[in-house]
Design a protein around this ligand. Sequence first.
Ligand SMILES: [Zn+2]
Length: 91
Amino acid sequence: MSGHHRTKEYAAFARRMRPLLTATLPAPCVDGCGQPVMVGQRWDIGHIIPGIDEQWNVGPSHVKCNRSAGGSMGAAIVNAKRKRKTQVPRW
Ligand SMILES: [Zn+2]
C-alpha cells in the first residue's frame, strides 16, 4: 500500500467501486493468483496497472494477494520507473 491509497480522493474512489465490484463476484483475483474472489470473502480493490484509479483498471483481489505480492510488485514497478528516468541516455 502506498501513500496514494491514504488520500481522500482514493477513499472516495474505493467507496464508489466497492458496490460495483461486489456485483461482479465471484470474479478472478486481479493480482493473478489464479483463484476467484468469492462472495463473502474478504477482498481489497486491486489494480491491474498500479497507480491508475479508473474503473477499467481495478478489480477484486484477495486481501493476502493485494497486500503481499501485488503490493510489492507495484512498488517494484514504481521503483524501476524512477530508476529509468534518472538514467542518462547513451548516445
Ligand atoms: Zn488472489
